[in-house]
Design a protein around this ligand. Structure first.
Ligand code: F6P
Length: 350
């Protein structure tokens, strides 16, 4: 294992107890749920699970629209069991989402807190990525509110959970796109750089490269150490092949697909190079079974965590077990990338 910039390998802080959820005692009577940051397939399954677990435990449940923005502008509605009917199969988030600048100010957070009080909401469940959980931690500490987070992001860049909600669906979407790009790459005998999301985390690129039989993945965790492009060219990509596909993580560290293609055009003009940036199509679509199950388990665990008086934790699943991961650990910017995955890609693309 080597140290890289995205997320750490092992964080185990609490285990999901086997105690029946309804036997737990807590002062919490009503809970609000919101989705924040970039949407991710499976967020609806999480909203559904949270709502129904809360109601089945006698809690009043509130849906908060447009993330923290809606908490500030008081877009809050009581949810019943049928408020979340027929959504498990839908991509996106029925609660809508936003990135709120106002919530970054104390004044904005105070208004958010006052709105929670108006509705009698005692606790919050936040479904989102690192920025959303960072905001959740600050808010929880400032106003002494019980907040539990669920990792909702296609990036898979949070610590303490094997995967995040939406990651598996995005991976499958990328794989299907790669299968199509392969047809044209092969026909024209071209080199393709395909750029995928992930911010500073190479998981999407690395695993989709393995799944789609690509030649390589240029990812921030490795690019920071060496010039991956030069290495690939020196190796001649795959000598027995006339076409090649390379996954690239969007990131200043990798340079992104367009910059890499420009470099190839000037430094290695023998290659006929093209770029495909998959963009936001990676965030859409009906969630896979894996994401629906992950989101359902995590949603129910979030209510249990509140019933157990847990505070400021994200629900993670590691080795098929629920963990409670403190926000600070979940959003920490370092992790070890699997040498094994890198080796699988290297060997299978010779
Ligand atoms: O965090 C999820 C994500 O899709 C990243 O992979 C990407 O960099 C970013 O969100 C894009 O955000 P936006 O939709 O606001 O452009």
């Amino acid at each position: 294992m080597r140290l890289v910039v995205c997320k750490e390998n092992s964080v185990t802080t609490g285990k999901f107890s086997k105690t029946n959820i309804s036997t737990m005692s807590s002062d919490i009577k009503s809970v609000g749920v919101l989705t924040s940051g970039g949407d991710a397939p499976g967020m609806n399954a999480a909203i559904r699970a949270v709502t129904r677990a809360g109601i089945s435990n006698g809690l009043r449940m509130y849906g908060i629209y447009r993330g923290y923005k809606g908490l500030i502008s008081n877009e809050i509605e009581e949810f019943r069991t049928n408020s979340v009917s027929n959504i498990i199969q839908q991509g996106g988030t029925v609660l809508k989402t936003a990135r709120s600048l106002e919530f970054m100010t104390l004044e904005g957070r105070r208004t958010a807190y006052e709105n929670m009080q108006k509705h009698g909401i005692d606790a919050l469940i936040v479904i989102g990525g690192d920025g959303s959980l960072t905001g959740a931690g600050i808010f929880a500490n400032e106003f002494n509110i019980p907040v539990v987070g669920l990792p909702g992001t296609i990036d898979n860049d949070l610590n303490g959970t094997d995967t995040t909600i939406g990651y598996d669906t995005a991976l499958n979407t990328i794989m299907q796109s790669m299968d199509k790009i392969r047809d044209t790459a092969t026909s024209h005998e071209r080199l393709f750089f395909v750029e995928v999301m992930g911010r500073n985390c190479g998981y999407l690129a690395l695993n989709s490269a393995i799944a789609s039989g690509a030649e390589a993945a240029i990812i921030p965790e490795i690019s920071i150490e060496k010039d991956q492009l030069a290495e690939l060219i020196e190796q001649g990509f795959r000598k027995s092949k006339s076409s090649s596909m390379v996954l690239v993580t969007e990131s200043e560290v990798t340079g992104g697909a367009i910059k890499l293609a420009e470099r190839v055009k000037t430094e290695y003009p023998q290659y006929d190079v093209r770029v495909s940036i998959l963009g936001h199509l990676q965030r859409g679509g009906s969630p896979t079974a894996q994401d629906r199950i992950l989101a359902s388990r995590m949603g129910i665990a979030a209510i249990q965590a509140l019933q157990e008086n847990q505070r400021n934790v994200m629900i993670g699943i590691r080795e098929n077990e629920i963990d409670y991961v403190p926000f600070k650990r979940a959003i920490k910017k370092e992790r070890a990338i699997s040498e094994e995955l890198l080796e699988v890609l290297r060997i299978s693309s010779i």
